[in-house]
Design a protein around this ligand. Structure first.
Ligand code: KG4
Ligand code: ZN
Length: 492
């Protein structure tokens, strides 16, 4: 289906649809008069040669108003009305209108639902507005920039700038159509946190403040675009370190206010899941996702994109945190994940029998702090006995203990929920041993594993842009009063 300007030659078909839609239809003369005016834009939706619907707006200095929208009876509910409205909003925005208003019969539930889904808000009710039936009219309005962005996303051509500052990476990315990464800039603060062996929240906030302007500018420059080319902004607004999140959210709101670009809020964990779609655009729901990072360890059932049910999570340390703490314990640097996985390559995973906590707990929760204590106890015992700790064996054995439990629960969840797809996300998804073990165990059960590209496992803004594209399609905008939320839930 396509939309184009209405022509005089369309009027016969237009009148047929008009008469099938309204008790007191407009006449041909009325339409002809409308077409002659230059403060009107009339569009038709067609599946050539069939005309499916039409609509028109009146352009006024302060905004545009929808004069009439009608869809042929057998094309109703198939997205024609929505496509027409988005095309009209684009015309309104091109004509300089910041808002689009319309009136709709209060009994027309289908239309009211469609408009609400597009982000139209009710401005009030005009009682008895429709002469012929005495029905009430609901007056609704929406921001044309928001509608234009939804339209661009629906057409797969949206250009989104996303910002991520939930932990210790200041990141910005420009993406087209939710899949094409035009730029992905990540300024890591890892050197500033390394000597503390973990992220220091106050340092993270300060470094984000210092870096964000440069990171955003660089993302735009590398993508070769300016603010004027963008359709929307996306930002991580939780979960994460509150002081760190606030920097990205405040900056994104400022940009939104200054440029008029609509702002979309993204859940960081949804971003980690969406990183998979960048490597594997065909990835299909239903699936189970395992998000393992410095702040999270969660097994999540995803019956369809945008719907999440957390089956279990860590009761204490996150997986990445366990890697970081163990690395700190044996003095091999920060972040610990990459250091431990490198060492583990030369070690024997069966050398030290570390505990597999909660392997048989019968649920989908994890516990990692006991393992960390077991490593500490082992190191102390070896040192007390005057033996030197074999670091590669220690790293490999620790890693195997983590992986065994995660793989077992992953396989069980996939079987219980009957999914054929599984995906991995978060910094620890970069761990090759975990990827391999999961892939093999799932494959043995007929389940396919999708993994993000290595560069998109740890925090980045490309994954946030991918999720922002999806949220944009759903009309999930953040107002200027929205706030960063440290414990933003994913489920729903
Ligand atoms: O996703 P991320 O960048 O930040 C959070 O959202 O928390 O994850 C960072 C975590 C760190 O704990 C880091 O040690 C871990 O991911 N990590 C790894 C590997 N690469 C990064 N853990 C295990 N193996 C790796 N190869
Ligand atoms: Zn993360």
């Amino acid at each position: 289906m396509q939309t184009r300007r209405m022509l005089a030659s369309d009027l016969t078909d237009v009148l047929t649809i008009e008469r099938a839609s309204f008790p007191t239809p407009w006449t041909e003369g009325m339409f002809a008069e409308e077409l002659a005016r230059d403060d009107r834009v009339w569009l038709v939706a067609e599946d050539a040669p069939a005309l499916l619907g039409f609509g028109g707006i009146m352009l006024a200095p302060d905004g545009a108003h929808v004069m009439d929208v009608a869809v042929a009876p057998d094309s109703r509910r198939d997205g024609t009305g929505r496509a027409l409205m988005l095309a009209l909003a684009r015309e309104a925005a091109a004509g300089g209108a910041k808002r689009l208003t319309l009136e709709v019969r209060s009994a027309n539930e289908a239309a009211l639902g469609m408009y609400a889904q597009l982000g139209f808000e009710s401005a009030g009710v005009r009682p008895g507005y429709y002469d012929e039936t005495g029905e009430d009219a609901v007056i609704m309005w929406a921001d044309t920039a928001r509608l234009t962005a939804i339209g661009a996303a629906a057409g797969g051509r949206d250009l989104v700038l996303a910002i991520e500052t939930s932990c210790d990476e200041t990141a910005a990315s420009v993406m087209r159509g939710g899949v094409e990464v035009l730029s992905s800039v990540v300024a890591s603060q890892v050197d500033f946190h390394a000597r503390f062996g973990g992220v220091v929240p106050e340092i993270a906030s300060r470094k984000h403040t210092e870096a964000i302007v440069g990171v955003v500018d660089e993302a735009l420059e590398r993508a070769g675009v300016g603010f004027g080319d963008l359709d929307a902004l996306g930002v991580t607004y939780g979960p994460g370190l509150i002081g760190a999140l606030v920097v990205g959210v405040a900056y994104a709101k400022g940009l939104s206010l200054a440029t008029g670009l609509p702002l979309v809020g993204v859940n960081h964990l949804e971003g980690h899941i969406f990183a998979n779609r960048l490597a594997d655009p065909e990835l299909k729901t239903p699936l189970i996702a395992l998000v393992v990072s410095g702040g999270h360890t969660s097994l999540i059932h995803v019956p369809e994109w945008g719907e999440y049910h957390t089956l279990g999570s860590t009761l204490d340390d996150a997986t990445g945190e366990a890697f970081d703490k163990v690395a700190k314990l044996v003095g091999i640097g920060y972040p610990g994940g990459p250091a431990i996985s490198r060492l583990a390559e030369q070690g024997d995973p069966a050398a030290i029998p570390f505990p597999r906590a909660m392997l048989h707990s019968g649920d989908y929760d994890f516990s990692l702090s006991g393992l960390k204590t077991a490593v500490l106890t082992y190191v102390r015992r070896e040192q007390a006995a005057g033996r030197e700790v074999h670091l590669p064996n220690l790293a490999a054995s620790f890693q195997a203990a983590v992986i065994d439990v995660q793989v077992a629960k992953a396989v069980r969840a996939a079987a219980e929920y009957g999914v054929k797809d599984f995906c991995l996300g978060g910094g620890v998804a970069a761990n090759v041993a975990l990827r391999e073990a999961l892939k093999n165990a799932l494959a043995a059960n007929g389940v396919r594993l999708s993994v993000p590209p290595f560069a998109l496992c740890t925090d980045n803004a490309a994954m946030i842009a991918a999720a922002a594209h999806f949220r944009l399609l759903k009309g999930g905008f953040l107002g200027l009063s929205a706030e960063a939320t440290a414990s933003l839930p994913l489920d729903g």
